[in-house]
Design a binder for this molecule. Sequence first.
Ligand SMILES: Cc1ncc(COP(=O)(O)O)c(C=O)c1O
Length: 455
Amino acid sequence: MVNVPEEEARVYAERTKLSRRLFEGNSKLTPFGVHSNYRFVDPYPLYVSRARGDRLWDVDGNEYLDFNMGFGVLMSGHAHPTLVSAMRDAIGEGTIYGFECEDTYTLGGILTKRFGLDMVRFSTTGLEATHHAVRIARAHTSRKKVLKFEGCYHGSHDTLLVSIKPTADKAGDPRRPNRVPASQGVPQEVVDNTLVAPFNDLEATERIVEENSGDLAAVILEPIPMNMGFVPPKKGFLEGLRKLCDKEGCVLIFDEVKTSGKFYSGAAGYFGVKPDLMVLGKAIAGGYPLSVVGGKREVMETIVPGKVSHAGTFNSNPLSVRAGVVTMSQILTEQAYSEAYRLGDELAAGYRDSLADRRINAYVEWIGLSGAVFFGGKRVENWRDFLKCDVGAWWTYYIAMLNRGVIPGGTGPDEQWTISVQHTEDSVKKHLEVLDQVLVKLRESKLTMDLVEAI
Ligand SMILES: Cc1ncc(COP(=O)(O)O)c(C=O)c1O
């Protein structure tokens, strides 16, 4: 098991016997028993049987208050009654037509207005949408190279599967990071066209861009990296990148797969910086698979049948699109966000107070619905800071929280918590009560553990 105190490991094993049995009985069918590497936890993952509101239940019957929310997908919470009822009707009208339907334009209208986009194209996963965004940028500029930031994740596709969680021994100079493939099987020729810069370091980024001037098609980033916890951009960083891309004539892409649901108008709206292309995903269809690449008309019109490809059998499928319309117009409203924000602030303030009271060396970062705790005490501004965090302390906190019925956030110290519109004052209070018990345990243990490098 991950390196947690023996007592917590024993309680976890006791509570999750059926999960263990399912894993051991079926892991021959599927590598590591999971369909996404992110879901594997040593020695076996939890198996879930159902979820509703702000709770889910594992196969052993344990109830959890859920602040993972499907890795930040479910700002609408589990099985939102409005969505369930709408989708019951939608299923009866057919699941895929192979033709467009009117709902796609209803949703397109909602999203363009809300996120400040001229045009949109839908697909299914975040991976596809960032992949398409990069292709559009390359076709639009007739250039090959793409710059990403160390520690940012944009989906499991080759161009961007570089320097996601590089270990300190491979990462190189912090201001001129090595390009480290995050998986075997990514060809070196692909890595050669992916540049890597340190997040929140405008000067170092400018230097890398200048050195590649005339070759750069796009700069892509998570405006708040949420694959190294929760790392807000420094003042002026996003604005600086906007200017840099204008000067260089390349496409600025905000990967808002995670952030699009965390703010009413995404991070672009929150920070007031407009990218050329934006990728939306996760939350926008309330848990149904839907992603979007959208942005400025002149860039989006690069997509031309027979010339620049954007395709997918399940793109704009009627179920996901209907779910998107209902979620965006009836569930994730401005009013719902302001209530959930208040809970987010309460949760984060509770973390800060408890950590201070229990004299735990840790740092809390949050805006609105999401935040993260970094053990080790230093402020995390980029991947290299993240590498200095106490990952062992984080796992102890996580498993101990699970053992007491709270999933405190996404699975891994590089994840964050998510508040949904179905969380309540009571659920935040329970989270904080359990946190306080766990911090007492944490003071007693001094464990460390390395991050798994490959995704
Ligand atoms: C910022 C970001 N971009 C893209 C993706 C890929 O999305 P998907 O898993 O839907 O392919 C993720 C997934 O977690 C993500 O966090």
